[in-house]
Design a binder for this molecule. Structure first.
Ligand SMILES: Nc1ncnc2c1ncn2[C@@H]1O[C@H](COP(=O)(O)OP(=O)(O)O)[C@@H](O)[C@H]1O
Ligand SMILES: N[C@@H](CCC(=O)OP(=O)(O)O)C(=O)O
Length: 373
């Protein structure tokens, strides 16, 4: 049964709100202080009503354009990183001042994929959010654009927001865009209709999802929002998608935008990151026995079942697991460097212990560090 909106919103104790660049910028592309102010008023009201709020805000690159004399988002990664470096401080400052008007302290959290997939870093991120919220701070999150390389980049804050929602155990994820919800086709197309509720994949089958509109500051368009909604709902978190203009109404429980209903159960957070926020830094090819062990018995991967190694990874990196036909069956955090592995392949752990010492007795990937894809 569909939860009515006011029950959904009133029942949400912890809310992650994501706002896109297109909802924060002027037509010329710079940050619009009036739009930031309006958003902060809505979030301060949600806080006043008793919810804890985490804001995932895009806009660093957009905020950095004008100071650098640029009129549109640059194409190259280095130029985007430079713009983000200039813009992130300005953006954080804008928020800090606006929240301070409501007596609310903000904290900046810049995340990279690495920060949240490696065990120690992930625990650290989790603890930082917990402490900030305990202290009554509104964390303002963005990708750490200036240091992320293209290989380890989320690239879009929609998925980042879904993963943060899971990391902080949010009850509700609100995605704010320049469009007031999911339409059954690109909203510029005549006759496109708003989809008020998405309950399952079947409801998405009839929807044509396109990329960003003409303004040119957004990144992923509707594709990354639907993907973010899939990640969050699959992890047990309800999602509301609407426009920044309708944020106040949405957070007051009005029937605006699109509600993606939570479907799945919570999964261990780190594995969600591993499945959705990383790509493998290399591959391990498995023989059919190892595929069965890993996929059917959920066992750890041992060197005996690995037939080939590809890529330049180091211990702790994510690698993709391939079946004998080359299809990706899983992803895991590997316990050895790529150049250590060839000498171990096909050998049993007891044999490795005798030949190379106890340090080589360990699994290639422990089952707790492995997700099936
Ligand atoms: N089926 C759809 N429903 C709604 N919007 C869509 C759809 N397909 C494509 N879009 C486009 O996606 C855009 C939102 O993406 P984007 O500009 O990246 O937003 P943001 O900056 O908020 O992340 C909308 O303005 C719209 O033009
Ligand atoms: N991290 C980048 C934004 C990436 C992004 O997802 O942008 P958007 O599609 O506007 O939400 C920035 O702050 O400019």
């Amino acid at each position: 049964m569909t939860t009515d909106r006011s029950t959904l919103v009133d029942g949400a104790r912890r809310i992650v709100v994501k706002v896109g660049s297109s909802s924060l910028t002027t037509a010329a592309g710079g940050i619009d202080p009036a739009r930031v102010r309006q958003l902060v008023e809505v979030l301060a009201a949600a806080r006043g009503a008793g919810a804890e709020v985490v804001l995932v805000s895009s806009g660093a690159i957009a905020a950095g354009l004008a100071p650098l004399g640029l009129t549109k988002r640059p194409r190259g990664l280095a130029a985007q990183q430079a713009a983000a470096s200039v813009g992130q401080g300005l953006l954080a400052h804008r928020y800090q001042e606006e929240f301070a008007r409501h007596g609310i302290v903000t904290g900046q959290v810049l995340l990279t994929v690495d920060d949240v997939t490696r065990r120690a870093h992930y625990r650290n991120a989790h603890q930082t959010f917990a402490k900030l919220l305990e202290l009554g701070v509104v964390p303002i999150v963005n990708e750490n654009d200036t240091v992320a390389t293209s290989e380890i980049r989320f690239g879009d804050n929609d998925r980042l927001a879904a993963l943060v929602a899971h990391l902080v155990h949010a009850d509700l994820l609100v995605l704010l865009s320049d469009v007031d919800g999911l339409y059954d086709g690109p909203p510029s197309r005549p006759g496109a209709r708003l989809v008020p509720v998405v309950r399952s994949e079947e409801d998405l089958a009839a929807v044509t999802v396109g990329s960003a509109g003409s303004a040119g500051v957004g990144t992923g368009g509707m594709t990354t929002k639907v993907e973010a909604a899939r990640i969050a709902t699959g992890a047990g978190i309800d999602v509301l998608l609407t426009s920044a203009e309708q944020a106040a109404a949405a957070l007051a429980g009005a029937e605006v935008g699109t509600h993606f209903e939570a479907t799945g159960k919570r999964r261990p957070t780190r594995l969600l990151w591993l499945a959705h926020a990383t790509s493998g830094q290399g591959t391990l090819s498995l023989d059919s026995g190892a595929v069965r062990a890993v996929v059917e018995r959920r066992a750890s991967l041992l060197a005996a079942g690995v037939t080939a190694v590809d890529g330049a990874f180091v211990a702790g990196d994510a690698v993709d697991l391939l079946d004998p036909d080359g299809a990706v069956v899983g992803r895991g955090l590997v316990n050895f460097d790529a150049d250590e592995l060839p000498a171990l392949l096909g050998r049993s752990t007891s044999e490795l212990k005798v030949a190379l010492g106890a340090a080589y007795e360990r699994e290639v990937i422990h089952r707790d560090d492995l997700v099936l894809l």
